[in-house]
Design a protein around this ligand. Sequence first.
Ligand code: PRP
Ligand code: URA
Length: 210
Amino acid sequence: MSNLHVCRHPIVQVALTRLRDVGTGPEEFRRHARRIAAGLAMEALADLPTRQSSVTTPMGACLGLEPAVPVVLVPILRAGLGLVDPILDFVPDATVWHVGLYRNEETLEPVEYYNKIPRLEPESICIVLDPMLATAGSAVRASKILKERGAVDLRMLCLLSAPEGIRKYQEEMPGVPIYTAAVDSHLNDIGYIVPGLGDAGDRLFNTSGH
Ligand code: PRP
Ligand code: URA
């Protein structure tokens, strides 16, 4: 599975274990999701182009670095929202655009309900954010929207993924790297990742049973 980056960092793997736990409540779930997103984004941006900049320390002048290209974050509503802030913490000048998609529970096809992505600068690094890559229908749709809007350097960041989703994404979006904390066993007959963590949006926003 080329272009697949599975983060083995122990801090990320410990957080993922807590995230999966059915007993983890919404506050703790959000905290661990943020921690994993930060770890994955560090990897996804390890090749961020930089240029020299200068800074004045209390002791004098010093050379340093600043980002040389725009970074664009694209969370898929709604669960992708939980991954934005931890990345903005270390890429504060990133632009955030939103794509609204939900999965039809019977067909498992993505349904689009919000899309105001403008023309994107070709030199930007665009990262699609979604906790779950299950069938990959949502991730593929969002990625195609971004390509149509001019994205050249596209990356996919998901906390958890299924082998079926990885295969589909790589077929549909060849060359786009995927950053994830785990590739689980399989999808069940209602399209959920096993062992997974359940419904990411419901767990982030405490909406299960509503
Ligand atoms: C979930 C999840 C992904 C999608 C993954 O969203 O956040 O967007 O399912 O499944 P797929 O890979 O099979 O497309 P959901 O439809 O539950 O919407 P939500 O984010 O509003 O909860
Ligand atoms: N969406 C989720 O939130 N969880 C899954 O396991 C699959 C899709």
